[in-house]
Unconditional design. Sequence first.
Length: 416
Amino acid sequence: MSTPEIVPIGQLPPLGVVPKKMHAQVVRPERFGDPIHSIKHEEIEVPEIGPDEVLVAVMAAGVNYNNVWAALGYPVNVIAARNKKGEPEQFHIGGSDASGIVYKIGSDVKNVKVGDEVVVHCGMWDRNDPWIKAGNDPMFAPSQIIWAYESNWGSFAQFCKVQDHQCLPRPQHLTWEESAAYMLVAATAYRMLHHWKPNDVKPGDVVLIWGGAGGLGAMAIQIVKAAGGIPIAVVSSDDKIDFCKKLGAAGVINRNHFKHWGALTSDINKAEVFTEWTKSAREFGKAVWDIAGKGNNPKIVFEHPGESTLPTSVFICETGGMVVICAGTTGYNATADLRYLWMRQKRLQGSHFANDENCRDLNQLVIDKKVDPALAHTFKFDETAQAHQLMKENKHPAGNMSILVGADKPGLGRKG
């Protein structure tokens, strides 16, 4: 059988037959800026794979903020960063979530075979890194990077290139687009809630979840509930309350009912400022008690807004509890009243994506139908730029989003 030059979007070549070129949504440095202008449909040569790599025919791709940053060229020009490492490509293909079918494997790959249906997680590292070879947590390895942000060849193309360990079994009760929607945010949330022992979520633990209606928050609510905890979601508007409750939130707080947000200044050392701020923070804490019961402070605060919320998170966290943070969507210059941190022996823990074990355990929760992808909207392939523009402008729907690539219409792929 001759190798085709390229196949149309929404179609697949015969299993194992890899075309010379593929359709891709591409970012180039000369058009950095808003995603609606910087992400363009192009035809690109299909990449070659190495011994420990897998070529996956992408059926659907998940949308997350990685490719907004890549499109902007800020805070990092990811193309220039890779060029400094010797990678020649003057373009970036994003997409750090995928569902698809294995079409080609490297000579050392043993965990998947051609024809396997997989979901892909976005943790990458060099298998020859001494830290990795010593059996340590790969997320602390010097070589660790995020696929399709710090690397190229992501899922906004007909084929993506990944390392073998990134491939996990696709939950057969989900559609292709549902399968593509959850892994990045869900595995991030899983590590935040289960990895940092002894501050892992346990039955009966109150967990406060910022951004409960977003992709991360929607996953965190379900993970806490699956562990027997009490998830309390924080949202920005009342129209998101029902969404969170349907996912299992024990209660929902609208943060816009409170006014004390923002970074602390040195004025907090003035008695009158300290008294006023503390009064406002306690009003927010009372809203938690109204749901969980008086005296039941959060054992874990699930953080990612950062600058505007961290002072309150540190304040309301239970003695000996943990504030765990994976982002700074409202800013990186976070502050806290350290008296509450050290006197109450609280933990402030950074967390970044997940290792293979975290991803496997999270994926099993999805397979067991304890975590739903919370897919909110599915876009066509040529709506990739539009989807990311909506995300940049915070106009995207509650939950997660996917883009069809190899699947020609929504609803395909569900078998169980």
